[in-house]
Design a protein around this ligand. Structure first.
Ligand SMILES: Cc1cc2nc3c(=O)[nH]c(=O)nc-3n(C[C@H](O)[C@H](O)[C@H](O)COP(=O)(O)OP(=O)(O)OC[C@H]3O[C@@H](n4cnc5c(N)ncnc54)[C@H](O)[C@@H]3O)c2cc1C
Length: 371
């Protein structure tokens, strides 16, 4: 039986960022992770984009933590040598109705503290010659990051600060005690471990609603049941390597940002993600979707053929809103909101969770320190 001050459930980008920041106070911290390696779930299955903070409602946690987290992320990348590129992105409008949407996003971005510039069709083509659009919105602060190196930087900082990161330990039981928590975990081989903690931080990603339930919350009554929403990616044929120096996005669709063109630091060009609510966690990419992706891309990239798209990978967003429901914010709450003392829940941490990771961790640290 171990005793710690704070136990973090989940070693994704957010859980490890929390451990790194919390360890700065010098209290004993532990992280329990069910996989044999850190950062294998949603944190390994995303676009790797450092978002500037354009879209989210002003004052929301997503807006505030994205803008603060973006600046912290760039500073961390510089300080710790995490590979990244501040490549900028262009949102493109292909008809008059979309120009109005771009203007609305420009106002939203300005209110959020994200610098953007409306540009005309000629300027769009000058920046990305393969694109056809009637107007664009340029975001210079958007970038890409090597997410695995970022996660590694949090992991190392957490352990250097004295935190214990325990792999292959799935949390199976969470019991409340007068002065904190008694947590049970199980390894793949069936061994069990027990930990007592004063504080519990639920950073379990796709499993966060279940952990909150184990901790005694009525997640349905509180509106905290996550709805998994899958996003698939296709890889573009090598002849499109270097097609764009900047990320290229259409105007956003309801549940996601629209099928966009992104690339990694090795120059591999990808299209995605789409949005598909799923009943179970699965990561297959249906090759038949190439036609849908091709049609979406050809609205602004006429030179792409369906047979140049190969199934890539998929990620799953832990969304709080179901299909057609109004967009929900991140939930980062302690007892004053959900009534259970010494528990910080992180629920619905979809995009921009990578960008916001350090700012989320600082908020968690503040909630614990000021309780
Ligand atoms: C398709 C897609 C594209 C995205 N694109 C971007 C982007 O470009 N930029 C951006 O900023 N964000 C993006 N995001 C969002 C970002 O990936 C997430 O917000 C972020 O990875 C969440 O990190 P996390 O640590 O909360 O969750 P996770 O990475 O899922 O980590 C949770 C961890 O908890 C562990 N766990 C779960 N249950 C238990 C248990 N019972 N016991 C022990 N361990 C447990 C899991 O194994 C996992 O390792 C995207 C997401 C998706 C799905």
């Amino acid at each position: 039986m171990e005793d710690v001050h704070t136990l973090v459930v989940g070693a994704g980008a957010v859980g490890l960022a929390c451990a790194a920041v919390l360890a700065r106070r010098g209290e004993p911290i532990a992280v329990l992770e069910r996989n044999r390696r850190v950062g294998q779930e949603t944190s390994a299955r995303n676009s790797g984009v450092i978002h500037a903070g354009l879209y989210y409602p002003t004052g929301s946690l997503k807006a505030r933590l994205c803008v603060a987290g973006r600046d912290r992320l760039y500073a961390r990348c510089e300080r710790r040598g995490v590979p990244h590129r501040r490549c900028g992105k262009i949102l493109v409008a292909t008809d008059a109705a979309e120009v109005g949407k771009l203007e609305a996003i420009a106002r939203q971005a300005a209110a959020n503290g994200a610098e953007v510039q409306l540009i005309d069709a000629a300027d769009v083509v000058r920046r990305v010659p393969a694109v056809r659009a009637i107007a664009g919105l340029w975001s210079p602060a958007t970038g890409i990051v090597d997410v695995h190196a970022l996660i590694d930087s949090y992991h190392r900082e957490a352990e250097d600060g004295g935190a214990m990161v325990v792999l292959d330990h799935a949390v199976t039981g969470v019991a409340r005690r007068p002065d904190g928590w008694h947590v049970t975990a199980r390894t793949a081989a069936g061994a069990t471990a027990e930990i007592r903690a004063t504080w519990l931080v639920n950073a379990a990603g796709l499993d966060a609603s279940r952990i909150a339930e184990l901790a005694g919350l009525d997640v349905d009554a509180l509106g905290l049941r996550q709805k998994p929403c899958k996003g698939d990616y296709f890889t573009l044929a090598p002849r499109h390597t270097g097609i764009a120096e900047h990320l290229v996005y259409p105007v956003p669709v309801h549940a996601g940002l629209g099928i966009h063109i992104t690339f990694d630091l090795a120059g591999r060009v990808m299209a995605g993600p789409d949005t598909e609510y799923v009943g179970e966690l699965r990561y297959d990419v249906d090759p038949a979707k190439a036609a849908v992706f091709g049609a979406a891309l050809r609205r602004y990239l006429p030179g792409i053929r369906d047979d140049e798209l190969s199934p890539g990978y998929a990620g799953i967003r832990p969304k709080l809103q179901g299909p057609g429901e109004p967009v929900r914010d991140f939930v980062i709450e302690e007892a004053s909101r959900h009534g259970v003392p010494r528990l910080v829940n992180l629920i619905g941490i979809e995009s921009p969770g990578i960008t916001a990771s350090e700012a989320i961790a600082e908020l968690v640290d503040h909630l614990i320190a000021s309780a």
